[in-house]
Design a protein around this ligand. Structure first.
Ligand code: FAD
Length: 467
């Protein structure tokens, strides 16, 4: 095509070499004609100008770890930001915290390394951490992603000082707090986040991770409900994460464990166990011990033998148990990847819904009933105290995949009727837009339409996402 510039090598035609950029972790495959890897804001603007002249839509990509197809192009041009991964500046503040200004394509692994290198013994961190560490800061902000610690550290907005966004007009806008909501969680439809100043906070002085195992899901659910109803606290520590992993997920993880470097040394899980709860406690040792003792007692009341629990502390060990939790979505995605090789129409089919006002037990029963009614296999993991589980349908055929969509719609209808939320942290992208067709409220859609009109009337950025 004419617009492919050979001279300055900013834009490349799509060839086999770039095929991996047509797909993300949702395993939804798209199409594009060209791709670029800008190295700075000036290059973003040059590429934008070329595309705009020809009304070619641009799909923005970070780490492509998204699971709703929002970084997958349907047509046109791909702008991949992985080369924009530098630290621009940083500041150590008087209260011992700090800020770091980064280009948006930096991923979490590199961000952590840079924070460690720059702030050394100050032991600072950036709390919004989805478990996937190859996600970029730009992608995390664009999807409003949340990690296992989200219910403690709360909103991503608290940890951003300033953003720079390249709008469709070609103007760079410095966005501050009042306007964050026009960028955060908008899946790139209002422009490219090019640079971000992140607020870093002090790490908790200690973290313990305790994994409790249960021989049946009902006991585990009652345990979660008991903790939810009376969350143990102490003066100097708090529960920092509370994750649930079911039997199907445990089986998927155990099956692949020998090939997964970070977790292969963890002990094998007894076959009698049906599920586990992974709990982190953050704070000072004494307070942590108090909460741990309380949790041990409650878990024992629901038939989890404290002698079978894994208890770890220290960053290296915590990293391993976090990696075990992360292996739940990872192995579910690998299952889908295998099925996709048999039938290209199969993609990830996972829920991202939460419902505040029913018990965990009732929620999980609803999921189990649905899976059995439709004759489907699915794995379940997610955030226990927030009643926010990710049910991943594991279809063996396209027919089962279609049934899975029907089932997710049925659950979504129930959640909407009962004050639940059907999209929490993964976004809508292209996949959920299709799955939830006709279910997203007019008000919700209108908000996006208003933003599009304000910032990108020609629909240059991320055409096909949400709207
Ligand atoms: C195994 C696994 C586990 C996961 N666990 C979690 C989890 O615990 N919590 C959670 O919330 N998510 C989770 N995710 C989903 C995913 O990691 C997040 O959605 C992540 O934030 C996406 O970041 P990314 O850089 O990969 O973005 P991409 O996938 O590349 O893009 C996602 C969206 O952001 C837009 N975008 C990317 N960069 C920019 C930018 N600079 N400017 C404007 N728009 C941009 C893209 O256009 C797209 O719409 C998981 C994914 C995997 C594969």
């Amino acid at each position: 095509m004419v617009y492919v510039s050979q001279k300055n090598e900013l834009i490349f035609p799509i060839s086999e070499k770039y095929e991996e950029y047509l797909i993300d972790e949702s395993k939804f495959m798209g199409n594009a004609e060209s791709i670029s890897f800008p190295k700075n804001e000036d290059e973003i603007i040059s590429i934008l100008k070329i595309m705009k002249e020809k009304n070619i839509p641009i799909t923005i990509q970070g780490g492509k770890t998204g699971i709703v197809g929002s970084a997958v192009p349907l047509e046109g041009h791909i702008m991949n930001l992985s080369y924009m991964n530098n630290v621009k500046e940083y500041e150590i503040l008087e209260d011992g915290t700090g800020t770091i200004t980064v280009e948006s394509g930096i991923n979490l692994i590199d961000l952590k390394k840079e924070i460690l290198r720059i702030f050394k013994e100050k032991a600072l961190f950036w709390p919004p951490e989805p478990t996937e560490t190859s996600a970029t800061v730009g992608g995390i902000i664009a999807t409003d992603a949340k990690g296992i610690n989200a219910f403690v550290y709360e909103n991503i907005q608290k940890y951003i000082k300033e953003l720079r966004v390249v709008r469709a007009s070609g103007i760079i806008e410095v966005v501050s707090k009042e306007d964050f909501n026009k960028v955060i969680g908008k899946e790139g439809i209002t422009g490219v986040i090019s640079q971000i100043t992140l607020k870093l906070i002090k790490k908790p002085s200690e973290i313990w991770g305790i994994s409790f195992f249960f021989e049946n899901e009902e006991d585990a659910s009652n345990f979660i409900d008991a903790v939810r109803n009376d969350v143990p606290k102490s003066e100097t520590a708090f529960i920092g994460a509370f994750e649930y992993i079911d039997k199907t997920s445990l089986n998927l993880i155990e099956g692949r464990k020998p090939t997964m470097a970070k977790i292969k040394e963890l002990p094998d899980i007894d076959e009698n166990f049906e599920c586990m709860c992974y709990i982190e406690i953050h704070g000072e040792d004494e307070g942590i011990e108090e909460i741990a003792g309380n949790l041990m007692e409650t878990a024992a009341m629901y038939n989890s033998d404290p002698d079978t629990a894994w208890a770890v502390s220290g960053e290296t060990e915590i990293e391993k148990t976090r990696a075990f939790r992360h292996a739940a979505p990872e192995t579910a995605n690998l299952f889908i990847e295998e099925k996709r090789r048999e039938d290209k129409r199969i993609t990830k089919l996972g829920t991202d819904m939460s419902i505040p006002n029913i018990s965990f037990l009732d929620m999980i029963k609803k999921y189990r009933d649905g899976l059995s009614k439709y004759g489907l296999n699915g794995c379940i993991f997610g955030h226990g105290l927030e009643n926010h589980l990710h049910v991943n349908i594991l279809p063996n055929s396209y027919d089962e995949y279609l049934k899975g969509i029907e089932l997710i719609r049925e659950w979504a209808k129930y959640y909407l009727e009962n004050n639940g939320q059907i999209v929490c942290e993964h976004g809508i992208g292209k996949l959920k837009k299709k799955i939830f067709e006709g279910m997203l409220s007019e008000e919700f859609i209108n908000n996006y339409k208003i933003l599009k009109k304000e910032f990108d009337v020609d629909m240059i950025w991320n055409r096909g996402n949400i709207l």
